[in-house]
Design a binder for this molecule. Structure first.
Ligand code: GDP
Ligand code: MG
Length: 291
């Protein structure tokens, strides 16, 4: 019997989650589109081997205090944890063993899925720090150079339930990539604008054409007010150009191809208070209980 299930990745910003996702997804795996369903927008990749399939979910901002107030996003991330068959908890090895996930993410109860702790950036670890790590339950990895990734995958696979594959191996689409691209644009916008347009930013990828080089992506940054639009565009468009350049570099790192990013800003008044707009941007509301 093959093994298959949902693997949810969680960790603080900058610990290397994206790099790890890339590594896991990039190595064996084609990015595959699931059939439309509730988890769809959070699937960032599917890793299929001969005998196992991992459907990998991201938890945007769950351990990032900056996003803590964004309820719909936290709800989506908590759901990704609830749905998990296995959780990969990523932390920076140079910071020693991380606090328990329940504490770090402010969870009300311990997640029911087994947690595999990946201590990342082993390549930059000094010998003395390495020796002082306790002999406990974690896998030392380097998402950057691939060290320990095989071991990590084996640890996760071992905990996956026996199940037929959940998605066809050959169905390839850009949907998960689109989601990730949107997140990268949003992240870049927040990075560059700090607290000026706090939680009013949503990003929608409207066009994604892989049939040309550079790959063509048209994305719209939605804000709630004209004043926010003006801030994002900046004097003579300088700000949006900076956002575009930085986001494009990140996207190229993710898709590993040259990218043309066509970036727009639009006002959608009070979108955060509007259930239709929230669901359009892929947020699920706490009230819309699943199953
Ligand atoms: P995220 O915020 O958790 O998604 O982290 P990123 O994947 O964006 O990585 C944050 C930074 O850490 C980037 O500069 C990465 O290049 C770097 N990084 C990620 N993984 C490793 C690793 O295994 N070793 C080293 N030395 N750097 C890493
Ligand atoms: Mg990231």
């Amino acid at each position: 019997m093959p093994k298959a299930g949902i693997v949810t990745v969680v960790g603080k910003p900058n610990v290397g989650k994206s790099t790890l996702l890339n590594r896991i997804v990039g190595e064996k795996l084609s990015i595959t589109s699931p059939k439309p369903q509730s988890t769809r927008d959070r699937v960032v990749g599917i890793r299929t081997t001969n005998h196992s399939q991992m459907i990998i979910l991201d938890t945007p901002g769950l351990l990032n205090p900056r996003y803590a107030l964004q309820e719909a996003m936290r709800t989506a991330s908590l759901r990704a944890l609830e749905e998990a068959d296995v959780i990969i908890y990523v932390a920076d090895a140079s910071e020693g063993t991380p606090p328990p996930l329940t504490e770090a993410a402010g969870l009300e109860k311990v997640p029911k899925a087994p947690v595999v702790t990946a201590l990342n950036k082993s390549d930059s670890l000094k010998g003395s720090v390495r020796d002082s790590l306790p002999e406990s339950d974690f896998v030392l990895v380097s998402a950057l150079n691939g060290d320990g990734i095989g071991e990590l995958m084996a640890a996760v696979e071992q905990k996956l339930p026996e199940s037929p594959f959940l998605y066809p191996e050959d169905e390839i689409s850009t949907q998960p990539v689109r989601f990730f691209v949107g997140e990268l644009v949003r992240e870049t916008t927040l990075e560059q604008l700090h607290d000026e347009v706090p939680y009013s930013v949503a990003v929608q990828v409207e066009e994604f054409r892989e049939d040309r080089s550079p790959l063509y992506i048209r994305a719209v940054i939605y804000v709630e007010r004209d004043s926010q639009k003006a801030i994002i565009i900046g004097a003579k468009g300088a700000q949006i150009r900076r956002i575009g350049e930085s986001a494009r570099a990140k996207i190229e790192g993710f898709v590993d191809k040259p990218v043309y990013l066509d970036l727009w800003v639009k006002v959608l008044a009070n979108w955060r208070k509007n259930a239709n707009s929230l669901s359009r941007f892929g947020y699920q509301l706490a009230t819309g209980k699943r199953k």
